[in-house]
Design a protein around this ligand. Structure first.
Ligand code: HEC
Length: 302
């Protein structure tokens, strides 16, 4: 269940008004779905991921140039290499409810290699479209910086997260029992900071008792957009699991943040109960006016 609380008016951020005009376009950063239409059938499939936080199934494909470099283990992707990803919402198969099936595309994402044109984002041009293959709101340049900031977590893979899915080698492995699984060490870097160092509106969203918090360091904080808030949640959960402290990503430039903290008052989880709190945007119904930034809470279980 998601509970929403309006922040006071002073936190309504003006740039959303301007940002709204970027919505609904078929092109972002010189890239459109039409440029690669039908890639799902034509290109080689790279891998599938399942996102526990959003319940999304994500499928990634690469064109010939991208696949050639990926399979050779190269990090130096040539101009013209393209990766495309579709995020599908999932729903229960009504005949067998624990089996989730894709229920429709939620997002299309592209990474297009052109070292000169996209020099400011590491040589990859980034584009994101919704299920209708149209842009969301938000300045495309800012969004691309946010994409780039996160993809820089994997420089050793040429800023490409996906790895070829080798079904035969996976099938040969016997997974270890769940409790012996190694703690996932994320490439996201954290530092412990006193809670009082955080902006007041973030502090107010966290339990009063917390004194210090594990706060994300580095580039990621410079460019936060709505997608980052969703993408970062699993790393925050891992950090809370590892340290027992609240963990947060707080944007440096505006009022966006995401945090996760232990929630001992709730008893509905088998293991630990956590709470996720994050900023999210509510668009204004008046086309001329800016939207609102609100804080939403979500219950999580470990
Ligand atoms: C906070 C982290 C984060 C942000 C921000 C982010 N990505 Fe990614 N991206 C990932 C991860 C993790 C994957 C691996 C697949 C998955 O989990 O969806 C990925 C995969 C991809 C892929 C498939 C190729 C690859 O690298 O595996 C594309 C294309 C892509 N992202 C595009 C984008 C675009 C475009 C944006 C910005 C609009 C963006 N990403 C923002 C983390 C991020």
């Amino acid at each position: 269940m998601v509970r929403r609380i309006l922040l006071p008016a002073l936190l309504c951020v003006g740039f959303w008004a301007q940002a709204d005009s970027f919505k609904g376009r078929s092109e972002m950063n010189g890239i459109s779905y039409k440029d690669f239409e039908g890639f799902e059938d034509k290109w080689k499939f790279v891998t599938v991921r399942y996102r526990g936080d959003t319940g999304e199934q994500r499928f990634t494909w690469g064109n010939d140039l991208a696949i050639k470099a990926l399979e050779a283990g190269s990090t130096d992707y040539p101009d013209g290499a393209v990766f495309a990803k579709i995020g599908f919402a999932t729903e229960k198969d009504p005949s067998f409810e624990s089996s989730m099936v894709p229920s429709g595309a939620k997002r299309y994402q592209f990474m297009v290699r052109d070292k000169k044109k996209y020099a400011s984002t590491g040589g990859w041009g980034y584009a994101l479209f919704d299920g209708a293959k149209l842009t969301n709101d938000g300045d495309p340049k800012t969004q691309a910086m946010a994409c780039y900031a996160c993809h820089q977590l994997v420089p050793e893979r040429g800023e490409v997260f996906s790895q070829p899915l080798k079904i035969s080698s996976f099938a040969a492995k016997v997974p270890p029992p769940a409790e012996n699984k190694e703690v996932h060490v994320s490439a996201v870097r954290f530092e412990t900071v006193p809670l009082r160092k955080l902006p007041e509106f973030v502090r107010r969203s966290l339990p009063e008792k917390s004194r210090s918090i594990r706060s994300v360091k580095g580039e990621l904080r410079n460019n936060v957009f709505r997608g980052t808030i969703d993408e970062i949640r699993p790393s925050l959960v891992e950090e809370v699991k590892r340290t027992g402290l609240p963990a947060a990503l707080v944007a440096l430039s505006d009022s966006q943040f995401a945090a996760v903290y232990p929630d001992p008052n709730r008893k509905d989880c088998k293991k630990k109960s956590l709470k996720s709190v994050f900023s999210t945007q509510v668009p204004s119904t008046d086309p001329g006016a800016s939207g609102y930034l609100v804080v939403a809470y979500q219950d999580l279980c470990l």
